[in-house]
Write a protein that binds this ligand. Structure first.
Ligand code: GAR
Length: 198
């Protein structure tokens, strides 16, 4: 099967990116990482891309805190198109994307979030779940839309909240679940929407 060309965007430590690149390398995931892009100049996710010899780039986000400027978002579209990307994978990318990206890649941008959406969108979702006294939380892979951590759900995985959990222990277990769920969801996407030549 032809490998689906993907682009990975992230702002932080890149553990999901690493899990995806490892699955590609081991042959479990029929995708090809064409580029890794970060809005944070020294983000560890860019070091991971270099470690795996994947083309990588810093995208200057502009003056806003939670989104890209329209010019930066237009530049992002160009970078992804130039790399031939057919699926955009958000892996800890902490900015909300808007029309330029959503129009360029309709139903082709997916995100992972550390809660069972629609519960607890936004920052530090594991802390929100703990504070709400939940006994179960988890992680969700979903298509994105213009709202934060919102859009059609693709897959979810539950994680039990233990009585002695701290934010750190809970987050660590959710991240272990993420590293299983995300590559598996991308693999299913690759089967359902094989790479096209256009
Ligand atoms: C992940 O836990 C992901 O679910 C979260 O950022 C983390 C990135 O970790 N994303 C969000 O909260 C999106 N709202 P990583 O850089 O180690 O993959």
């Amino acid at each position: 099967m032809k490998r689906l060309p993907i682009g990975i965007l992230g702002s932080g430590k890149g553990s999901n990116c690493r899990a995806i690149l490892e699955r590609i390398r081991s042959g479990d995931l029929a995708a090809e990482a064409r580029v890794v892009i970060s809005d944070v100049f020294d983000a560890p996710i860019l070091d991971i891309a270099r470690e795996f010899s994947i083309p990588n780039a810093y995208l200057a986000p502009g003056q806003f805190r939670t989104r890209l400027t329209p010019a930066a978002e237009g530049q992002l579209v160009e970078m992804l198109r130039e790399a031939g990307v057919q699926l955009v994978v958000l892996a800890g990318f902490m900015r909300v994307l808007h029309a330029p990206m959503l129009q360029a890649f309709p139903q082709r941008i997916i995100n992972i979030h550390p809660s069972l959406l629609p519960r607890f969108p936004g920052l530090e979702a594991w802390k929100q779940a703990l504070a709400a006294g939940e006994s179960v939380t988890g992680c969700t892979v979903h298509f994105i839309d213009e709202k934060i951590d919102h859009g059609q759900i693709i897959a979810r995985q539950e994680v039990a909240i233990l009585p002695n959990d701290t934010p750190e222990t809970l987050h660590a277990r959710i991240q272990i679940a993420e590293r299983e769920l995300y590559p598996a969801a991308i693999a299913k996407f690759c089967e359902k929407y094989p790479a096209s030549n256009v």
